[in-house]
Design a protein around this ligand. Structure first.
Ligand code: C2O
Ligand code: CU
Ligand code: CU
Length: 541
């Protein structure tokens, strides 16, 4: 690691002991390091419910006087209170962005929401973001979906303490797409996201602009999350062992931070930018009136042409660009975006142990939409959308020998490639050459039988930091009756950074590792799993 940041090491005297009390995972090894006792060979130590990791102490990145930003903003994360349910206000954590330089529409606040300000960027822009931590615990921001240098990626090693500021500087290299910014401090990501730290970063480019898609009031973000409230309207997050294994779920579905979200629209086409910001809940999205789901984009941006589906799966960390045309609807008509029933979500042993009364895989409404005005004008759905650069298997460095991402599931732990998270300890299969195009294969490692023959297999949304990948193939073995309830809901024709891997499923994909060296995380975006250590790193060298 030292080759990336030797110069950024914080002097022990500066870090002080007070800092130890503020870390989200106070550990003996941290304390020893702060006391000048070094790492004592404790790096990579972990237990069954997570992993303890020692990061070197770093001086938070400062702004570079030679970097001339087109856009500059301050981003603070802080506790606030906001009214979500009737009655008492809810204590949440909130990202608030303030524009310092750049186009006026760069920062848009979502009204009455704890969700972070929406940040709108243009491909090619140079961006500086001054992130200030006003929480009482350490945090770091990750730009999920953006292709940025390793030191700007929000790796947990760069987490800053309460009161500190970390400067991000990068150029927007993505094609037009929707990304999610969220915290990534080791072991505390799920909790911080759950308490409200999440927002959207939308990238626009010329190719997208030429399509003249619905924009302005006709382009609407829909960030879907589930939360559990106590009788005082406060968020509840204290997962027990079972809830960590399954993922934490709540009984309240919030859209854009609001309960019972309701949208009023004109009878015309809208572009819905949908993002799953839940920690673990998977949705099977469909319209209740039989209108099919028309998808024009996914995580990595626009598809080449629209796809029409009866329903679409949306796992934590995934995004969907939905074309919703209400022009056949009469004034006054109402429809509901639902999550439909599906199966195969829970390890069989955990069925019935989940406390949520709103079971994942049951049918429930997400939000309602009412057509309040009949209009005759509407955008038309383009038949051709955008170009996607696709690599063939023959262009990969390892066409016959995919790099493995194996998932092992047991009642004690969820692992990738047989290991819990370790910092800067890549396996040979986790070292890739910068500039290479790599064939990867995700699969469930063992016979999917946990201790005592309990079936532990469950879905995992696997996310890879850095550039988007293309999905080459999916295969499923064994009894497909559960899979049959979801199989039509995957959009594999676009570029992805998060892929839902169902039980017994095997997925091949191609990912470029271009432009930047360093440690890039990959992990389960079931954030409880991530925090338990279901996370690894690729070392791009
Ligand atoms: Cu959205 Cu490493 O995460
Ligand atoms: Cu990410
Ligand atoms: Cu998982």
């Amino acid at each position: 690691m030292s080759k990336f940041n030797q110069s950024r090491r914080r002097f022990l005297g500066q870090s002080g002991l007070g800092l130890v009390a503020l870390t989200t995972l106070p550990s003996i090894s941290n304390a020893m390091e702060s006391m000048g006792m070094g790492r004592m060979g404790m790096g990579g130590m972990h237990n069954s419910m997570g992993s303890e990791v020692n990061y070197p102490k770093l001086t938070p990145n400062k702004s570079n006087p030679n970097f001339h930003p087109d856009v500059e903003l301050d981003l603070v994360c802080k506790p606030i209170e906001i009214s979500i349910l009737k009655g008492a206000a809810t204590k949440v954590l909130h990202y608030q962005a303030t524009l310092i330089k750049g186009p006026k529409d760069t920062v848009v606040d979502i009204p009455h929401s704890y969700l972070g300000s929406m940040i709108r960027l243009q491909k090619g822009q140079k961006v500086r973001i001054n992130f200030h931590n006003a929480l009482s615990q350490s945090s770091v921001v990750h730009w999920h979906g953006l292709h940025v240098p390793q030191v700007m990626d929000g790796h947990p090693q760069y987490a800053i303490e309460s009161g500190e500021t970390l400067v991000y500087e990068f150029e927007v290299m993505n094609r037009a797409n929707m990304n999610m910014y969220h915290p990534h401090p080791h072991g505390a990501t799920a909790k911080q996201v759950y308490f409200g730290l999440a927002g959207a970063v939308i990238v626009n480019d010329d190719e997208e602009a030429a399509l003249d898609l619905p924009s302005g009031e006709y382009e609407i973000p829909l960030v879907i999350q589930d939360k559990q409230f106590d009788s005082d309207n406060q968020l509840v997050y204290s997962p027990n062992r079972h809830q960590r294994m399954t993922g934490v779920t709540g009984d309240n579905i919030l859209v854009n931070g609001q309960a019972n979200f309701h949208l009023e629209v004109e009878s015309r086409a809208y572009r819905l930018r949908v993002m799953n910001g839940s920690t673990s809940r998977i949705y099977k999205l469909a319209w209740d009136d039989g209108m099919p789901m028309t998808i024009i984009g996914v995580d990595g941006g626009l598809l080449e042409q629209p796809e029409v589906k009866p329903y679409v799966m949306l796992a934590p960390g995934e995004r969907l660009d939905v074309w919703a045309d209400f022009s056949a609807h009469n004034e006054g008509s109402q429809l509901t975006l639902k999550s439909l029933a599906f199966s195969g979500v829970m390890p069989k042993m955990a069925m019935g142990m989940n406390r949520s009364s709103l079971a994942v895989g049951s049918e429930y409404p997400i939000c309602t939409i009412k057509v309040t005005r009949k209009v005759s004008e509407s955008h038309k759905l383009p038949t051709k959308l955008a170009k996607i650069h696709r690599y063939g298997i023959h262009e990969t460095a390892n066409p016959n020998n995919p790099l493995p991402i194996s998932i092992s599931e047991s009642p004690m732990s969820m692992l990738l490639n047989g290991r819990a998270y370790e910092f800067n300890h890549p396996l040979p299969s986790e070292r890739v050459k910068m500039g290479s195009i790599v064939l990867l294969e995700i699969f469930h490692a063992q016979s999917n039988m946990g201790m005592g023959g309990m079936n532990m297999t469950m879905p995992h949304p696997i996310h890879l930091h850095g550039q988007q990948f293309e999905i080459m193939s999916r295969s499923i073995s064994g009894d497909t009756s559960d899979y049959d309830t979801v199989r039509e809901g995957f959009i594999d024709s676009g570029l992805k950074d998060t892929v839902l891997v169902m039980p017994m499923e095997r997925i091949k994909m191609i990912k470029p590792f271009q432009d930047f060296k360093g440690l890039y995380l990959y992990h389960c975006h079931n954030l409880e799993h991530e925090d338990m250590g279901m996370m690894r790193e690729f070392l791009v060298e």
